[in-house]
Design a protein around this ligand. Structure first.
Ligand code: PLP
Length: 408
């Protein structure tokens, strides 16, 4: 390579001094907005009614729509998935130690630690990025009461193996389904597995209610307890029968959620097409592989997840992310560096990484790329083009990065 480490007009990479490939930033998780007219009509209806929260008609309608779509008996809307996890975990009486994946969003562990339940981190199956049922068993102690597993990227966990272990070892089982709205396992919609599943409708997620989430379950008694706990334990005016918190979803969120829900068929199609376009465009780039979704399952294709093999790709994951950011492609390194390396877990369990080799390896390789309605086949082609040119000019890129101050 002949490129100099100083900005070089001869290069077409923004990192090396050219204009960025995109004039405006392309974000991962850019919110999908549904039909505005329907949204505003519903807002007017809400304002006319002056029923803004406390199990309003839009929340009730949203809950019915979710339960029907997922084929579950109960869907309880909540203000966000983190509070939903806290409530569900407490309603199911988790205590002591609970086994969780280290490769997940930090809220999975926080929901436990927040109420003084100890998260115990288990390694992933590198083929699926989900908690590995076999490796999980070594973490079971006499204090273990439950497993809280995440369907990472919306790809279903090994639900049968996990149910078998839970049954055999006398553990409760619940799922963080924050990524998995619209996804199936063995043809059954996620939402009905384990004791309960918790979805996120955060603005950046596939189905968006500004902030929000839902707990789904087929257990009537658990659902009743969750409902009580979501609303301070109230059963009637002035009558509180249970410990509770305020986990209620407001009407404004249910309106956004319902409107977003009406658009999911089109959104899944857009995401699926984008995923296919990425597959075609990235094919042949050395050491770069796109995570696949099982075509026999239903999926929302919300995450475009690429793994960079540093032994094959001329540039490693971190170098490629720096290149992409310079081009205004704000790719993310989820879930780097792993929850076990975030506080307070890092200080509490400084040796956890020793039993998490696959999590450590994969967390250092993943790039999540933008998708959804903000990108098109043409844009995807340009993103792939950036990666290709970066690999071709690997030496110049590396030299340039070495001269810059360190950044993470
Ligand atoms: C987003 C997310 C959460 C938290 O959801 P909120 O609705 O933002 O509280 C929990 N777990 C996972 C895996 C997530 O991705």
């Amino acid at each position: 390579m002949t490129q100099a480490s100083t900005p070089s007009p001869g290069s077409d990479l923004a990192l090396l001094g050219s204009a960025p490939a995109f004039s405006a930033p392309l974000h991962v998780g850019r919110p999908n907005i549904g039909d505005r007219e329907r949204l505003f009509a519903r807002f007017n209806e809400m304002l006319d009614r002056r029923w803004l929260s406390n199990n309003g008609p839009f929340v009730q309608q949203f809950e019915r729509a979710i339960a029907e779509y997922l084929g579950v008996r109960h869907a309880i809307c909540v203000c966000n998935a983190t509070v939903g996890l806290e409530i569900a975990v407490r309603a199911a009486d988790f205590r002591g130690e609970v086994i969780v994946p280290a490769y997940t969003f930090v809220a999975t562990a926080h929901a436990l630690q927040w109420q003084e339940i100890t998260p115990v981190f288990a390694d992933m199956d590198p083929a699926t990025h989900n908690i590995d049922p076999e490796r999980l068993e070594r973490h079971i102690t006499p204090r273990t009461t439950a497993i809280l597993a995440t369907h990472v990227w919306g790809r279903p966990c090994a639900v049968e193996a996990l149910a078998e272990i839970a049954q055999r070892r006398g553990l409760k089982l619940m799922y963080d389904a924050a990524h998995a709205f619209g996804c199936s396992s063995g043809g059954r919609m996620i939402g009905g597995f384990g004791l309960a599943e918790v979805f996120s409708f955060h603005a950046t997620k596939f189905l968006n209610s500004f902030e929000g989430g839902a707990i789904t379950t087929n257990d009537d008694a658990l659902a009743a307890r969750i409902r009580l706990m979501t609303n301070f334990g109230f059963v009637d005016f002035d009558k509180v029968v249970h410990i509770g918190t305020n986990g209620k979803m407001p009407e404004s969120s249910a309106i956004m959620g319902l409107t977003s829900f009406e658009g999911i068929v089109g959104l899944i199609e857009t995401n699926r097409r984008n995923h296919e376009a990425y597959r075609t465009s990235l094919a042949g780039l050395p050491g770069i592989s796109l995570t696949a979704y099982d075509p026999r399952e239903r999926g929302n294709y919300q995450y475009v997840v690429v793994e960079v093999d540093p032994d094959v790709s001329p540039l490693n994951r971190d170098e490629l992310v720096r290149v992409l950011h310079a081009e205004n492609v704000l790719a993310r390194k989820y879930f780097w560096p792993g929850v076990h390396r975030m506080e307070p877990y890092r200080s509490l369990f400084p040796h956890a990484y020793l039993l998490l080799p696959e999590t450590e390896r994969v967390a250092a390789r993943v790039i999540v790329l933008p998708t959804g309605t903000a990108v098109s086949e043409e844009i995807i082609g340009r993103i792939a083009g950036v990666l290709r040119r970066a690999q071709e000019q690997a030496e110049a890129v590396r030299e340039h990065l070495a001269a810059l101050p360190a950044r993470t």
